[in-house]
Design a protein around this ligand. Sequence first.
Ligand code: AMP
Length: 236
Amino acid sequence: MKVLCKVENELRDEDNKGLVIMDLNIILLGPPGCGKGTQAKMLTEQYKIPQVSTGDILREALKKETAMGLKAKSYMDSGKLVPDEVVIGIIQDRLKQSDCQKGFILDGFPRTVVQAEALDKTLKDMGKKIEHSISIDVDDEELLGRLTGRRTCRSCGAMYHVLFNPSKKEGVCDACSGELYQRDDDKEETISNRLNIYKQQTAPLIDYYKKKDILRLVTGTGKIENIFKRIKDVLK
Ligand code: AMP
């Protein structure tokens, strides 16, 4: 009998003779502040596949003041979703790049059913599909505490928390010495808006992926390493 076991992002026969390499195409779903970005970075390390974050791509475009970045700014600052056609275009371009051909971790995309359907179509045209859609569950009260205390590095995007994961020197990134700042959309007045939008527009994706039988539910509380272990377990 052929039993497959996972070695990084490769699948091998149990006798290790025939090497079967499979794509590892993952979606990380969950409300803002549930830890998608942190877990995506850890998965990138583990499986050597890129993190594809529409939020990071949009922030980078904004920093460079491209037309797309400037268009997205007002939506992002107020915690609203950027129009579907903009983020779908971003993802279609990004997934065609060579580093995504052996797998990828989608972080923050899709966020609406229209985006999920467009993703399915794009992947189908590429002869690919999503293997796992991992929903990270955290309650609202904890999310609020996590988001208001979150600080992000302007240079490398590393994330900290003023209480739970502070940088060694206040306001300075441990990794690259960049400046830490509070994203406008992490301010209290915007957070409840983001959480409402998540419930109305993104949470229906849980059902969408459940119906496709690729939904994996993971509890997103506790130590970061334990959450990571739970995620690796569902990927087995
Ligand atoms: P994030 O870093 O994923 O929390 O995203 C920050 C902001 O970027 C969101 O609040 C939205 O304004 C925008 N954004 C990121 N991803 C998407 C998406 N898939 N659809 C629409 N807007 C998005």
